[in-house]
Write a protein that binds this ligand. Structure first.
Ligand code: NIG
Length: 415
């Protein structure tokens, strides 16, 4: 593999620091450097420093990228997506525009269950093809690591079809793909009125199979009124933990039913959404090992409210942001757009938004020792943006500023 040298970088935010969560004021330190250079050897970062100190002899025959006037960042880590799905919900979008709520539409048989119908009819091959195309587009917008959940199959056959498709994409796609089992995304029609029966299926068959086959090392649940109660979620996630899986929750999104408190009780990796978390919920998160994953695009797309990012950060809770890319509540995979919304609507600083989109998101996925910052020894997942400062990433919205993407040391070409 040919070495790569990036030189004369106008604005480098390396996010150098501990290989774990950054909290409070540490979220505002992105380790900026001006007129910087990076040397990449064998797919890894070999050297980072000032251009005046660059020693080209450490990487003979390197491909050189002149980054004058450019910003360089670690590739974004999107730690919460539902990027594998079939069909489109543009008609529901029109219904919402005319005043119907996300919940109304779901209660009328639309919402998640409408995507389940489409996903069940798609073959594994089709799901892989459409998801691979989405992953390509995500990389073109600077995302180099992506978590993807199952949860639009909701039957033994269709959940396994999704997990197997994700497992194969993991081997075949250039992006780093992290699969999460979300069999408890909604109660499928076959179990309408009998959620306990569906939970039994998940607990006795699907979860043990997914864990045994290594299809996912994490289990997530949509813990919400009309979906899975706190008690049902506790039952499922306790089983998941006993099988050695990590646990995450969709928590406090539409209502406050105690989901984030349950996440803390179970030692969840993260509680995601938190639009409706209250002061007591924030107090419980404080001092726990559970991170908050905020999804600004869902609030924007559904019309608010937003998670209390300021309170969470100021109280020392590690915060990540993600796109939540899915056909119902956020049909966007743009991490820069999420950063813009986080800054304009949730009062996060550009530095906090960047930390939340890189190293903290990597920590949620257990990958902070490999990606999420530009430091010697880490994978060379690097993006080059046509922007004078890392602050422009959130500031200049609605355009793709990403000009080059380097994944594991490979300079990607986009058609
Ligand atoms: O995180 N809340 C549950 N899951 C997604 C929405 C999925 C859908 O509507 O298809 C979310 O917002």
């Amino acid at each position: 593999m040919r070495p790569v040298i990036l030189h004369h970088i106008a604005s480098l935010a390396s996010l150098a620091g501990p290989a774990g969560y950054r909290r409070s004021a540490d979220m505002r330190d992105v380790s900026p450097l001006h007129d910087a250079s990076i040397v990449i050897v064998d797919g890894h970062i070999h050297w980072v420093g000032r251009s005046t100190e660059l020693d080209r002899a450490t990487a003979p025959d390197a491909e050189e990228l002149d980054c004058t006037g450019m910003t360089v960042l670690p590739g974004f880590v999107d730690c919460h997506t539902h990027a594998m799905f079939a069909g489109s919900r543009h008609d529901e979008f029109a219904m919402r525009a005319s005043g119907r709520s996300y919940q109304d539409i779901a209660e009328a048989g639309g919402g998640i269950l409408s995507t389940v119908r489409a996903t069940r009819t798609a073959s594994k091959r089709e799901l892989k093809r459409t998801t691979a195309r989405r992953l390509d587009a995500m990389m073109e917008h600077g995302t180099t690591t992506v978590e993807v959940k199952s949860g639009y199959g909701l039957s033994e056959t269709d959940e396994l079809k999704m997990l197997e498709a994700l497992h194969e994409l993991r081997q075949e796609h250039l992006a780093t793909v992290v699969p999460t089992f979300l069999g408890a995304h909604a109660v499928p029609p076959e179990f309408a009125g009998n959620p306990g029966g569906y939970l039994d299926l998940l607990i006795t068959r699907l979860l043990p199979y997914a864990a045994r086959k290594g299809l996912s090392d994490t289990c997530d649940v949509f813990c919400e009124s009309g979906y899975f109660s706190v008690e049902q979620t506790r039952r499922l996630l306790t089983t998941a933990r006993s099988l050695g899986l990590k646990v995450r929750l969709h928590a406090d999104q539409l209502n406050q039913i105690g989901a984030s408190a349950l996440g803390v009780e179970l030692g969840a990796i993260s509680v995601d959404h938190l639009e409706c978390i209250d002061a007591a919920g924030i107090a419980r998160l404080r001092g726990s090992s559970t991170a908050g994953v905020l999804l600004p695009g869902a609030s924007f797309f559904l019309g608010g409210p937003y998670a209390p990012a300021r309170d969470l950060i100021d109280q020392g809770i590690p915060v990540a942001i993600a796109t939540n890319f899915n056909p119902g509540s956020c049909m966007s995979f743009s991490m820069p757009l999420m950063m813009t919304i986080a800054c304009t609507q949730m009062r996060m600083s550009p530095e906090e938004a960047l930390t939340a989109s890189t190293i903290n998101a990597a920590a949620v996925l257990g990958l902070a020792d490999r990606v999420g910052s530009i430091e010697v020894g880490k994978a060379a997942d690097i993006i080059v943006l046509d922007a004078p400062s890392y602050r422009s990433v959130a500031y200049e919205f609605g355009v793709n500023l990403v000009r080059r993407v380097i994944k594991n040391g490979v300079l990607l070409e986009f058609p």
